[in-house]
Write a protein that binds this ligand. Structure first.
Ligand code: C5P
Length: 229
């Protein structure tokens, strides 16, 4: 089957408090979106890309897309709606069994090695999987008033990153099913879990951070320059 990349890039990134969506802030000399697409292209130059962009987006420049074969899909109200729009946009061309890797535009530090290891790990997997890393910090649950109610065991807990990769047919069914049933879906894996399947956890680098808060941009710069050494 063929490989599809879906990149949701239709968020407003309000937690950044910047004058434009975070995917258009400069990182290592170019917009975050250009950095992320460059990494994906380095790993999978032959893949087909679907980019979710807000209809009102006034910042996007197609010169930042290195893929020969790409199309855009309209953004939705939430991340999951944007991803569903992308899956619909590629549906006329995609086969049921084609693998789709969904990767947040806000994760520009994912390495080529992790991208290829994820693909290798799920290529023959009946369910699919995601990059993830074991939780390192001690986990506290609050009492709703700023004090600790309990310490939760971190045994067996993982941080879920992207990309997350599943077959086109399964992912469409799982996401539409989750939306129809009102299941909260913050990543693709949670929708697949909700239909009773267990995605594979593929251990990835901990520097695959998601740019969310203002200080994350400086961290991502450091990560990219350290990775280049
Ligand atoms: O805001 P957050 O970092 O959780 O968003 C994760 C990803 O989903 C980002 O790449 C963002 O651009 C994308 N997104 C989207 N459509 C939305 C909301 C978020 O494509 N409605």
């Amino acid at each position: 089957g063929r490989l599809w990349l879906v990149v949701p890039a239709a968020g407003q990134g309000r937690r950044m408090g910047a004058d434009r969506p975070k995917q258009y802030l400069p990182l290592a000399g170019r917009p975050v979106l250009a950095c992320t697409l460059a990494r994906l292209h380095e790993a999978f130059p032959e893949a087909r890309l679907c980019l979710c962009l807000d209809a009102e987006d006034g910042h996007f420049d197609p010169a930042w897309v290195p893929f020969a074969d790409w199309r855009r899909a309209p953004g939705g109200a939430e991340r999951v709606d944007s991803v569903v729009n992308a899956l619909e946009a590629i549906a006329p061309e995609a086969e049921e069994d084609d693998l789709v890797l969904v990767h947040d535009v806000a994760r520009p530090c994912v390495t080529v090695d992790d991208l290829r290891r994820l693909l290798a790990a799920i290529a023959d997997d009946p369910v699919g999987g995601l990059l993830a890393a074991p939780v390192a910090d001690t986990m506290k649950r609050d009492d709703g008033a700023g004090r600790v109610r309990a310490t939760e065991s971190r045994e067996g807990l993982w941080h879920a990153y992207t990309p997350q990769g599943f077959r086109h047919g399964l992912l469409c069914r799982a996401l539409n099913d989750a939306l129809a049933r009102g299941v909260a879906v913050t990543d693709e894996a949670s929708a697949v879990e909700a239909v009773g399947l267990s995605p594979r956890l593929v251990g990835g680098r901990r520097d695959n951070l998601k740019i969310t808060h203002p200080e994350d941009l400086a961290l991502a710069e450091l990560v990219l320059s350290a990775q280049a050494l």
